[in-house]
Design a binder for this molecule. Structure first.
Ligand code: SF4
Length: 324
């Protein structure tokens, strides 16, 4: 049905080793100055991450700067937090309603009631099981992402409805964020995997890191809706391919994630990639990698979709989900 394309991964791995990325990871996420600051920051990011799924409809200006998707959610929450520090307390978040969220997000986006319900559930579980302290997850797991005989971060995050994705997209994103913020112990970094979102899925498939059979390929090209079970299988292979690329290239998996994610937002667009260049100075890809895309996508040399124009129409899975 689909399988990892090891030959393509090896080609891309060699290419990545020869590109001079000047990585600025997770722009907008700040390092903490002490544990109390880390707790505040990670609590805020935990709630933003909880509603970070299918964010294509979120965009707008916040204090004169245009943001979209994740950045729009993040900056809207930061703005609210600056107005009211109590906004991220469990007692307040337990009561958040759809209309509150709509106000905070200035009417942009969608599914406020569903997202507010996820936030209330996060606050409820945080209070009930973790003493209202996000760092309790780190303490109980003893810094282990995965372990056989004990509670680990993946299992603990699964208690929150918003973080219940079998492939843990939001949890892995949280861990990448926590690594940057600091004070969050990770004892088994080898168990970091990638948060497989729709940009990463689309870019990985177009490059050809996963071979798809004709039936699935047609569904993705035609943007036909697919069942969640199939979506999970595709995303799992995509995540494994990215992890393998990280191992082969010796570039940490969260860095590959940022490179692919920003490529998807900046040039490898859903409807049509602009492989030969985009006329924009300020792309997310440039902010994260330091590479200007005016002269084209740096992966054209190995990209299957660059060689075969039909494959440029591959899109991420069309599925209604709260996972990513
Ligand atoms: S060459 Fe084109 S299709 Fe391939 S990854 Fe780059 S932008 Fe996407």
């Amino acid at each position: 049905m689909f399988e990892i394309n090891y030959k393509k991964i090896s080609e891309l791995s060699e290419l990545i080793k020869n590109i001079n990325f000047q990585l600025n990871m997770l722009p907008g996420i700040e390092k903490a100055i002490d544990i109390s600051d880390a707790k505040n920051k990670l609590t805020l990011y935990f709630y933003v991450d909880a509603i970070c799924h299918q964010t294509q409809n979120f965009s707008g200006e916040i204090d004169g700067i245009y943001y979209k998707g994740w950045d729009y959610l993040l900056n809207s929450f930061i703005k609210e937090y600056k107005k009211d520090n109590d906004f991220i307390s469990v007692d307040k978040m337990k009561k958040i309603k759809g209309e509150d969220l709509k106000r905070i997000l200035n009417g942009s986006g969608d599914r406020y009631y569903e997202r507010a319900k996820l936030l209330r559930n996060c606050a409820y579980i945080l209070k009930r099981d973790f003493n209202s302290d996000i760092f309790e997850i780190n303490r109980i797991s003893e810094g282990y992402i995965k372990r056989e005989n004990g509670l680990d971060m993946l299992k603990l995050f699964h208690k929150f409805k918003a973080y219940s994705d079998p492939l843990n997209k939001k949890t892995y994103l949280f861990l990448n964020i926590a690594k940057k913020v600091g004070f969050w112990k990770i004892n088994d970094p080898e168990n970091l995997w990638t948060p497989v979102d729709y940009h990463l899925e689309r870019v990985t498939l177009r490059m050809g890191l996963v071979n798809l059979d004709d039936k699935i390929m047609t569904k993705l090209i035609e943007n036909k809706s697919i069942p969640q079970t199939l979506d999970l299988k595709i995303r799992e292979v995509v995540g494994d391919a990215v992890k393998k690329l990280s191992i082969d290239s010796k570039v940490e998996v969260e860095k590959i994630d940022q490179i692919f994610w920003s490529l998807g937002r900046s040039i490898c667009f859903k409807d049509s990639p602009f492989c030969d260049g985009v006329n924009s100075e300020n792309t997310t890809f440039q902010n994260i990698t330091g590479i200007n895309l005016k002269n084209g996508c740096p992966f054209r040399k190995i990209c299957e979709a660059y060689k075969n124009i039909e494959l440029r129409q591959i899109k991420e899975s069309n599925v209604n989900t709260i996972y990513y």
